[in-house]
Design a protein around this ligand. Sequence first.
Ligand SMILES: [Zn+2]
Ligand SMILES: [Zn+2]
Length: 109
Amino acid sequence: MNVTTQEIPPEVLALLALPDVDTLTPDQARGAVCAWCPTRLLAETAVDLGEHTDPEAGRWWPRACGPCVGRRAHHALYAHVALCEPCVDDVARCEIGRTLSRLVRRYRR
Ligand SMILES: [Zn+2]
Ligand SMILES: [Zn+2]
C-alpha cells in the first residue's frame, strides 16, 4: 500500500462530494482511476480519499488525480466560507477552511 503524506479528514472529504460507489467503475472503486474523471492514477500522483464503507459494495478506497482534488477543494472552500462564521474572519482559524485551502494550494493549476 502506498503511504500518502497528508490525510484528508472525513469532514473535509464530505465537502468534496465523492460520487456514490455504485456509479463508479471497478477501477475507480479500487483507486486505479480517479473517482471523478477517467485519469489513470500513478502512486506518486494519486490523492488518497480514505477508506469508505458501502452497505452493498463493502469497503472501497477511492483515489483521485491532483487537478480534480484542487478543483473540488476550491469549490468546497467557497461554499464553506460563505456559511462558516470563523472562516469569515480568518480561514486559518477553522480546521475545515484550513484543510481546504491547503488542498487548493497544493493541487490547483
Ligand atoms: Zn481526476
Ligand atoms: Zn470554516
